[in-house]
Design a protein around this ligand. Structure first.
Ligand SMILES: Cc1cc2nc3c(=O)[nH]c(=O)nc-3n(C[C@H](O)[C@H](O)[C@H](O)COP(=O)(O)OP(=O)(O)OC[C@H]3O[C@@H](n4cnc5c(N)ncnc54)[C@H](O)[C@@H]3O)c2cc1C
Length: 397
């Protein structure tokens, strides 16, 4: 894509920025994605350090924390070139979710301690919000933190679940209960927990694709310094809103840029399979083409909202719902046009393109659950975007 909005910025024009970034990504490309999990993690980690050391990490982050603080146009260009180059993405859920929360609510010491190592990939972060009895209804969470050691430490007990990549995380950003169970969101605190601390047990959970991306985490008398609390005690809920908003918005532009490439590859697949002139197929392809363009504008709106208001706003739910339903439809369609070949998984030597389409079909089943289910996104859109009355079955905020 070359039609991103461009303007002069300082001494370097946006087009010069694009070319400089493209040259860097080409010259420093870390090569093909390794197959083994450990090799893949090392490959990704090394890449993040290369990116940071060259000053190409954190396009939206403030410069004082090692980011690039790019203009709107350059953030769009950055995401497009990044997706085009097919380099590894960021590690863990820290960058898109925890970082904006720490930037907004953290103390200067916390920003100094946590932000740069996260951006450079030296410390991997994972999110500990959900619990077996608290997913959509997050305010009912039960993992407790009580003060000990003269008030200098919290002692944490409880269980989290569905924690993406927590098996190799260094820091867990968690919600814990410091108030009574009845206080719901008024008794929740935002705590950063050392994943290697005594009493933390992380167990992998196998998903539909056979991968072990998820985990469950158990806290048994885990001691956490009060200095690791972001915001005030019992005041974690506004931070949750910030981080969930960013989670839903996270990567909206990046995904739009990636799916731009994927739609082109899907059109190519339809040609290769000899179905590209079928009117029904053409109709579906046109639909994906339209949706990927809408996604791009929606991603731009998210960047613009964050730049102007510091927050993605409730419209991040619209973006999230749009992208997740799109990616499910797209992979379902790809598997359809592959016919029986579409069932072959990556380990089968006859699999088309190493089984990527069926792999995507299986993994995107979870897209409309993570970061809040599609139903919850629709509720948010109804109440906070359209201004409709709150669901009477829901407890008051
Ligand atoms: C890919 C993926 C990654 C994830 N990563 C993480 C992570 O890193 N860290 C973390 O803490 N969690 C993570 N999660 C967990 C995720 O946030 C929860 O699964 C999600 O919030 C739903 O909660 P639940 O599974 O408990 O389902 P429930 O909340 O029990 O929902 C069950 C069903 O009821 C519906 N429902 C519930 N309440 C309402 C309502 N008020 N109105 C209408 N329908 C409703 C839901 O839409 C859903 O269909 C991840 C999940 C997935 C799939």
């Amino acid at each position: 894509m070359t039609d991103a909005p461009t303007r002069e910025s300082g001494v370097e024009t946006d087009e010069q920025f694009r070319l400089r970034l493209r040259a860097f990504l080409t010259e420093n490309h870390p090569g093909k994605r390794p197959r083994g999990v450990l090799d893949r993690r090392a490959w990704q980690k090394a890449w993040l350090a290369t990116l940071y050391d060259a000053g190409f990490a954190g396009p939206s982050w403030p410069r004082e924390y090692g980011g690039m603080e790019l203009s709107f146009a350059q953030q769009v260009i950055y995401q497009e070139e990044y997706a085009r180059a097919r380099v590894p993405g960021p590690q863990g859920t820290g960058l898109g979710i925890a970082a904006p929360t720490i930037i907004k609510y953290g103390t200067p010491e916390q920003k100094e301690r946590f932000l740069r190592p996260m951006l450079r990939g030296d410390e991997v972060w994972a999110q500990g919000y959900s619990e077996p009895g608290a997913g959509s209804d997050l305010p009912s969470l039960r993992t407790t933190a009580r003060r000990e050691a003269g008030g200098e430490e919290y002692v944490v007990n409880g269980q989290k679940v569905w924690n993406t990549h927590a098996d190799h995380a260094d820091i867990l950003f968690c919600l814990v209960r410091t108030g009574t169970q009845e206080s719901r969101q008024k008794g929740i605190t935002y705590l950063l927990i050392d994943a290697h601390a005594p009493g933390v047990t992380v167990r992998p959970l196998r998903d539909l694709t056979g991968g072990e991306h998820f985990t469950e985490i158990f806290f048994n008398d885990v001691r956490v310094p009060v200095a690791n609390r972001i915001g005030d005690e019992n005041e974690g809920w506004p931070l949750v809103r910030t981080s969930l908003g960013h989670e839903r918005a996270a990567g909206a532009m990046n995904q739009a840029a990636t799916y731009r490439r994927v739609v082109d590859e899907l059109i190519e697949l339809a040609r290769e399979r000899g179905v590209a002139s079928d009117p029904g197929v053409r109709d579906r392809l046109a639909d994906f083409e339209i949706r990927v363009r809408i996604m791009r504008y929606s991603g731009m709106r998210t960047i613009s909202d964050i730049l102007s208001r510091g927050e993605p706003g409730p419209a991040s739910s619209t973006s999230r719902l749009f992208i997740t339903t799109f990616e499910q439809d797209l992979h379902e369609f790809a598997v359809d046009i592959l016919g029986p070949d579409g069932l072959l998984l990556r380990d089968d030597p006859r699999a088309v393109q190493r089984g990527r389409w069926v792999g995507g079909f299986l993994s995107t089943r979870a897209s409309t659950i993570g970061a809040g289910t599609a139903e919850i996104q629709r509720n948010t859109i109804a109440e906070q975007v359209l201004g409709l009355p709150r669901d009477p079955a829901m407890p008051p905020r």
